[in-house]
Design a binder for this molecule. Structure first.
Ligand SMILES: Cc1cc2nc3c(=O)[nH]c(=O)nc-3n(C[C@H](O)[C@H](O)[C@H](O)COP(=O)(O)OP(=O)(O)OC[C@H]3O[C@@H](n4cnc5c(N)ncnc54)[C@H](O)[C@@H]3O)c2cc1C
Length: 476
């Protein structure tokens, strides 16, 4: 896989790490190493097990810097780790070595209401930032479905998307600045509390989504926006996926409303979520697919006008009915169901591949038709849900009885899917990242010039290739 020769983690190395940090911040306990060596990618995706040799739990930037400096000198690979909710194997230690958990760096350092921003450490749980912002009357707009578990450092490293991207953008759109420890242990800040900056290259944007391969994020300054006073969700069943999908661009274009979310679930997704949560979700027996549409605003009457307009528009274009959720309790139930679909799918099938392709929104109808063709061609079942408002669909493949040839079948189905999304102007991943899982498919969507550049950027940041090797960059 790589020309780089790494040093093993010997008992002496463990002792030196204990001296650099403290004994309670370093462990080689086997059960713990196993738990910190996986993320939420289904185990059937891997052709072999991966195991960290040692875990370290730094508590400040200086300790992260000390570990990286040491690892760089010794040529020991380091895999940064957030909450381990990743869906691309980004936190899986492909070459063993050190797993560097950021879970103890979990403080909210500053709420700056004058500059509409918040400064946090990387181990803060995403929804804690949302709550802290709301307490100050502000909104942190990052909203991945895993937000009650994922860390902000992981969100930044994956440029996590989620449910509010059509209105507010992915995580990166909220990142103003990053404190980063580079591979050689040096510490630097990219960006600042400023809203504009064209002084040299945009390293903030480069670091966002770099999956821990270019540096370790140790602090972040995040942009906040005014908190809307009112939110309404509409759950809209359609007889089939095609009619649900067709209405989405028209909501924005013809009804002239920018929702904060437009999510898609096929009927099987809703059934899986109901079973997984053991709780009914409002549904229509005739539905083949659902849209979950969220709008927000400050004025009650204006918001009611908007949701009635969207509701009417959907009904005129094939919707079976419109469920309106205008109180917190019902809204929470709908979103709990939507957010549970991915886990419900992995739990409900013996083998599954949760995919994350993204296409221009106008190409979603063709993507959905092609998804059906691909499942039929390769003899698997399909489950589709996702962030349809921004063209990021989780087109997934599952089977009910285990197959020994799962890896070969998946390889063929995924190559077919990725070639299709490329033809449609899309790409491999909209928010889950490349990680270990999709690395071998980079050539399907990137030309040799781009891959060569990625390698050179990696080389510039991390010449000894110690930072999360085996991720993103093909053959490195
Ligand atoms: C049920 C479920 C729902 C999900 N829904 C969404 C969704 O809606 N949208 C979405 O985008 N994703 C979603 N995800 C995927 C996942 O939650 C996100 O990718 C999330 O950003 C990962 O954060 P984490 O803290 O768990 O990171 P981890 O999985 O621990 O790590 C992810 C990557 O980040 C790197 N990393 C972690 N911390 C740092 C750091 N401080 N510095 C540098 N690199 C670092 C790791 O090396 C790894 O490459 C979902 C996952 C699950 C299980």
């Amino acid at each position: 896989m790589t020309d780089f020769a790494y040093s093993p983690v010997t008992p002496e190395v463990v002792e030196e790490l204990r001296a650099l940090l403290s004994p309670g911040q370093v462990t080689i306990d086997e059960e713990k190493r196993a738990a910190y060596s996986r993320d939420e990618v289904a185990a059937c995706s891997w052709d072999r097990p991966y195991l960290a040799e040692v875990l370290v739990f730094p508590e400040c930037t200086a300790q992260v810097a000390a570990v990286l400096r040491f690892a760089d000198e010794r040529r020991i690979p380091v895999t940064p780790r957030g909450a381990g909710t990743g869906l691309s194997g980004g936190a899986v230690p492909a070459f063993g070595g050190i797993v560097l958990s950021l879970e103890r760096m979990n403080a909210i350092l500053e709420m700056d209401v004058d500059n509409l921003c918040i400064t946090v450490e990387p181990g803060v749980v995403t929804s804690e930032i949302t709550r802290a912002a709301a307490a100050a009357g502000l909104l942190y707009a990052g909203d991945p479905c895993s937000g009650d578990a994922s860390f902000i450092g992981g969100n930044i490293a994956e440029n996590a998307g989620g449910n509010k991207v059509i209105k507010y953008g992915s995580t990166g759109a909220s990142v103003l600045a990053l404190e980063v420890v580079l591979a050689d242990g040096s510490v630097t800040w990219f960006g600042g509390k400023r809203r504009k900056d064209v002084t040299g290259y945009d390293f903030v944007k480069l670091l966002v989504g770099s999956e821990g391969t270019l540096g370790v994020v140790t602090k972040a300054i995040l942009k906040l926006v005014p908190l809307p006073e009112r939110i309404v969700d509409l759950l809209v069943p359609f007889p089939d996926a095609a009619s649900a999908v067709a209405v989405v661009p028209r909501i924005m274009r013809e009804a002239s409303i920018l929702p904060s979310s437009v999510e898609f679930m096929d009927a099987l997704s809703v059934q899986l979520a109901e079973r997984f949560l053991n709780r009914p979700v409002p549904h229509s027996d005739r539905a083949g697919a659902y849209l979950l549409i969220q709008i927000e605003g400050n004025d009650r009457d204006a918001l009611a006008d908007d949701y009635e307009r969207i509701g009417r528009f959907c009904l005129e274009h094939g919707a079976l009915e419109v469920f309106v959720a205008d109180n917190r309790n019902v809204r929470d139930k709908l979103w709990k169901a939507r957010k549970a679909v991915g886990e419900a799918m992995v739990a409900g099938f013996v083998q599954s591949a949760l995919e994350d392709v993204v296409v221009p929104t106008s190409a979603v109808p063709e993507l959905m038709r092609e998804a059906t063709r691909i499942t039929e061609t390769h003899g698997v079942e399909g489950i589709n849900f996702g962030h349809i408002g921004d063209g990021n669909m989780h087109v997934n493949f599952v089977i009910r009885k285990p197959r020994a040839d799962w890896h070969e079948v998946m390889d063929r189905a995924l190559r077919d899917l990725y070639r299709t999304v490329r033809r449609l102007g899309g790409t491999l991943s909209g928010e889950h990242g490349i990680g270990l899982k999709r690395r071998k498919y980079m050539e399907e969507v990137m030309d040799t010039a781009q891959i060569a550049l990625i390698r050179r950027v990696k080389q510039a940041f991390d010449p000894n290739n110690i930072l999360n090797p085996g991720k993103i960059v093909p053959d490195v």
